[in-house]
Design a binder for this molecule. Structure first.
Ligand code: UDX
Length: 450
């Protein structure tokens, strides 16, 4: 099967590379000539574990190529995936479909033979039909069907998510298109991945509904964390206690500083707008958006309280990206929390394993080469992102480097009892600061975060 992937950003690149690994012949196209030139040299523009190996192996195997000529890629393709960006439109929060529609026009002019045109980018309900209308208008003779095939890739584990998804969702109206899409995902039939065939509208909505539901789960547990702090509970035990109910499920119940990233903030906002325009407002999702925004400010206040005020103080910050294993800073809680601390008079020394280059464009603070350098002479440390390398800090070194042994851990990577024993004043999320930690008598207690 020959596949053209239009857009070589995060979604396009990961999807294109993984589809070539399935054995298809894939050309990833992008208008950015410098990006394509770099990819041709084997340079991957994003940090995603395992992506460089897959790209290198499939380029070598002749199944993956990069180019700037959309027409050439589309002409021979059996399936054309649109994986261009859909940022939030400035001002109103709607998804900006300029790039999607521009790609549709170009695709229309290049189509030859029967082709399935697939929207892979996250697009509002109805977009697939709009793309279809554009293609029909530009090229009335084109022989094509449309399909919607949203991605559910998590940054940092996108390759694994693509290879072993919980499900694949495909919206299309004809058996012929279903046949092509079955062929695209044939390797997944071997490990019995459910493929949900539905209408294009349902498929488009599934993506938004999934992200809004996950964002709701996180926001719910964050509110429970705040309540635990007031009434003396332990949010991790609350999460475990409710998560073991199969109807609730234990994943995405890890309390923290609020969700960020390229998807949840943008998609929840877009869903709210779509629903309002449709006259069926999603009041629950509206509340989630507002509570999550507020949470980031509340975290700045929590830090200020822990430090007894931050004016004139130096704060070491570990982790800047919205989550570990990515260099992505989009909507990271650090972008709200750190400027708030700086406005209150704090000096920030920060370290992030992969995010420094992106963070330096957005934050004006001292960037350090490793965790211990960031800690040097600081009045305390704040853990903002749960990178693995922060999970096993050398406490003796930490205490020597810090002026006072204060740790604010917004990801709950340590246990209060352990930190108290190590001689730290330890402030975490949804747990009593100095409590010994609740013992839950459960065989094979598993991590239930994400
Ligand atoms: C998400 C969806 O998971 C993915 O299916 C979709 O395609 C894109 O959006 P991603 O943004 O890469 O993926 O990260 P994810 O792991 O879902 O985390 C999103 C945010 O939620 C992060 O800021 C993370 O720290 C936060 N989070 C996640 C929590 O605070 N608690 C949790 O239990 C899980």
């Amino acid at each position: 099967m020959r596949i053209a992937m239009i857009g070589s950003g995060y979604v396009g690149l990961v999807s294109g590379a993984c589809l070539s690994e399935f054995g298809h012949t894939v050309i990833c196209v992008d208008k950015a000539e410098d990006k394509i030139a770099a990819l041709k040299q084997g340079q991957i523009p994003i940090f995603e574990p395992g992506l460089d190996e897959i790209v290198a192996a499939n380029v070598k195997g002749g199944r993956l190529a990069f180019g700037t000529d959309l027409g050439e890629a589309v002409r021979d393709a059996d399936a054309v995936f649109i994986g261009v960006g859909t940022p939030s439109r400035r001002g109103d929060g709607h998804a900006d479909l300029t790039y999607v529609f521009a790609a549709a026009e170009e695709i229309a002019r290049a189509l030859t033979g029967y082709t399935v045109v697939v929207t892979k980018s996250t697009v509002p309900v109805g977009t697939s039909r709009q793309v279809e209308a554009i293609i029909r208008k530009v090229n009335p003779a084109a022989d094509f069907d449309m399909a919607s095939n949203p991605e559910f890739l998590r940054e940092g584990s996108a390759i694994e998510d693509f290879r072993r998804p919980d499900r694949v969702v495909v919206g299309c109206d004809t058996e012929r298109a279903r046949g092509v899409m079955r062929e695209v995902y044939r390797p997944l039939y071997l490990n019995e991945t459910p493929i949900v065939f539905t209408t294009r509208e349902s498929s488009e909505l599934i993506k938004y509904a999934a992200n809004a539901f996950l964002a709701t789960k996180i926001t719910f547990i964050n509110e429970m964390a705040s309540l635990c702090e007031k009434v003396g509970g332990d949010v991790q035990d609350v999460a475990r206690g409710i998560g073991l109910d199969g109807r609730i499920g234990g994943k995405f119940l890890h309390a923290g500083p609020g969700y960020g990233g390229s998807c949840f903030p943008k998609d929840t906002l877009a869903l709210v707008k779509t629903a309002r325009d449709a006259g069926a407002p999603t009041r629950l999702v509206e509340a989630v958006v507002a509570v999550n925004d507020q949470r980031k400010h509340a975290m700045a206040e929590k830090i200020k309280t822990a430090f007894g005020g931050v004016a004139g103080k130096t704060i070491a910050v570990l982790g800047l990206t919205f989550k570990p294993n990515t260099d992505d800073m989009r909507d990271s809680p650090s972008l709200t929390i750190l400027p708030a601390l700086q406005s209150a008079g704090a000096t920030i020394r920060a370290y992030d394993p992969e995010g420094t280059r992106e963070a330096a464009k957005l934050l004006n603070l001292t960037f350090c080469g490793d965790a211990y350098e960031a800690l040097e002479g600081a009045d305390g440390v704040v853990i903002l992102t749960e990178w693995n390398e922060f999970r096993a800090l050398d406490f003796a070194r930490v205490k020597t480097a810090l002026k006072t042994p204060l740790m604010v851990d917004l990801r709950n990577i340590y246990r209060p009892s352990q930190m108290a024993a190590e001689g730290f004043r330890y402030v975490s999320v949804g747990r009593s600061d100095a409590a010994p930690g609740t013992v839950v008598d459960m065989p094979q207690r598993r991590s239930e975060s994400n």
